[in-house]
Design a protein around this ligand. Structure first.
Ligand code: GDP
Length: 364
C-alpha cells in the first residue's frame, strides 16, 4: 500500500494528529478487518462517496474502501542527520514512505514551548528540509564512493546510478532538494530506487487552533505561498478538532463539524490531498457480494491494475470489461450499462481511468 510519513518538529501537534488518525482507524477496524493499528503505523480507509453509491446500486453486501498508511516519524530535530539522538532510525523510516506529510505549527499558545522559541512555520519547514538534505547528501556521497569500482567495470546500472547521484549531489550542494532535479521517464525507476528523502513529494499540514480551522490564518497563508512556489501541497487542519471528532459517534461528529463551520473532517481532506499528491487514482470492482475500491498510480494499464488484486490476474490477463463511473450510475448498474452499449471491452494497452468499474477476465 501507499505510505505517508508524518514528520515535524517537536510540539507542533504530530501526536495529536496521529492519534486522531489511529482512533479513526480503530473505529473503522470493526467494519474493515484490514485496518491495522501499530504504535506508529495507522492504516485508514480513503473516503470516497462514489464507492457507497456503487454499492447501493449493486446492493453489494460488503463495502471495502481502499486504504492509505500513515507512519508517525517522531523525533526529527535539528542535528538528526548527524546521528545526534535517535536520528538515523527515523531517517530510515522516512525512506520507506512514498510521501511526507510535514506538520507545521500554525497556532499561537504561550503555554506550549516552541523548540526555537518562536512560531514560524516557514522557518520550521526549512529546518526540517535542511536536515533531510544533509542526510541525502551524506548518503549520496557514500553511494558514489561505493559504486566507483562497478562504474569502472562498465556496469550499466552503476553508470546510470552514478549519473543520477551526481545530479542529486550538485543540487544538494547548492542547497536545493533532490526533487528539484529534472528526471527523464527512462530514469524514473532508478531514481525512485535511490529513495532520496528530499525527492519525496511533500504535503504541508498546517495545524491551527480550533478558531482558525475553517478560515486558516496569516501563518497558513505564508505556508500556502511556500507550497505553491515549491509545487508542494498544503492543507489546513486543527489537530485538536480532529482528535475530538475521532472520539464522537458519527451524528455528533457531524453536528460538531457544522458548529465549527467545517464541511467534513480535516482527516478526509488530508487523506485526499495525500492521494492527489502521490498521483493516485481509484478503480472499482462491483458485485452483489462486494463493492471495493482499489488504488493505482495514474497512467496504470489494465493488466497492472488487475495485478493490484492478485498477481495471477496480471499474469493471465485477457481483457477487462469496463464501465465508466458516470455511466454505471446513470444507467442504474452493470445490466443497464451493458444494454446501453456502455460496457467496453479493453485489452492490455488500456490505461485505466479514475472511477472505472472493472471486471477482469484472465487465464487461471
Ligand atoms: P508533537 O510533539 O509534534 O507530537 O506534538 P503534540 O501532538 O504532542 O502536541 C504538543 C502540544 O501542543 C500538546 O500539548 C497539544 O495538546 C498541543 N496542541 C496541538 N495542537 C494544538 C492546537 O491546535 N492548539 C493549541 N493551543 N495546542 C495544540
Amino acid at each position: 500500500g501507499f505510505r505517508m510519513g508524518i514528520v515535524g518538529l517537536p510540539n507542533v501537534g504530530k501526536s495529536t494528529l496521529f492519534n486522531a488518525l489511529t482512533r479513526t482507524a480503530a473505529a473503522q477496524a470493526a467494519n474493515f478487518p484490514f485496518c491495522t493499528i501499530e504504535p506508529n503505523v495507522g492504516e485508514v480507509a480513503v473516503p470516497d462517496a462514489r464507492l457507497d453509491r456503487l454499492a447501493a446500486i449493486a446492493k453489494s453486501k460488503q463495502v471495502v474502501p481502499t486504504r492509505m498508511t500513515f507512519v508517525d516519524i517522531a523525533g526529527l530535530v535539528k542535528g538528526a542527520s548527524r546521528g545526534e539522538g535517535l536520528g538515523n532510525q527515523f531517517l530510515a523510516n522516512i525512506r520507506e514512505c512514498d510521501a511526507i506529510a510535514h506538520v507545521l505549527r500554525c497556532f499561537e499558545d504561550d503555554d506550549i514551548t516552541h523548540v526555537d522559541g518562536r512560531v514560524d512555520p516557514v522557518a520550521d519547514a526549512q529546518t526540517i528540509e535542511t536536515e533531510l538534505m544533509l542526510a541525502d547528501l551524506e548518503s549520496v556521497e557514500r553511494r558514489l564512493t561505493n559504486i566507483v569500482r562497478k562504474v569502472r567495470g562498465g556496469d550499466k546500472e552503476a553508470v546510470q546510478q552514478e549519473r543520477l547521484l551526481t545530479a542529486a549531489q550538485a543540487a544538494l550542494e547548492q542547497g536545493r532538494p533532490a526533487r528539484s532535479v529534472p528526471v527523464d521517464d527512462e530514469d524514473g525507476k532508478a531514481w525512485r530506487m535511490l529513495q532520496l528523502l528530499t525527492a519525496k513529494p511533500i504535503l504541508y499540514v498546517c495545524n491551527v487552533s480550533e478558531d482558525d480551522a475553517a478560515t486558516g490564518n496569516a501563518l497558513t497563508e505564508r505556508v500556502r505561498q511556500m507550497a505553491v512556489a515549491e509545487g508542494a501541497a498544503e492543507v489546513v487542519i486543527s489537530a485538536r478538532i480532529e482528535e475530538e471528532i475521532a472520539q464522537l459517534p458519527a451524528d455528533e461528529a457531524a453536528e460538531f463539524l457544522a458548529e465549527m463551520g467545517l464541511e467534513e473532517p480535516g482527516l478526509d481532506r488530508l487523506i485526499r490531498a495525500g492521494y492527489a499528491l502521490l498521483g493516485l487514482q481509484t478503480y472499482f470492482t462491483v458485485g452483489p457480494k462486494e463493492a471495493r475500491a482499489w488504488t493505482i498510480p495514474a497512467g496504470t494499464r489494465a493488466p497492472q491494475a488487475a495485478g493490484v488484486i492478485h498477481g495471477d490476474f496480471e499474469r493471465g490477463f485477457i481483457r477487462s470489461e469496463t464501465i465508466a463511473y458516470d455511466d454505471f450510475v446513470a444507467l442504474g448498474g452493470e445490466a443497464g450499462a451493458k444494454e446501453a452499449g456502455k460496457m467496453r471491452v479493453e485489452g492490455k494497452g488500456y490505461e485505466v481511468k479514475d472511477g472505472d468499474v472493472l471486471h477482469f477476465l484472465f487465464n487461471a
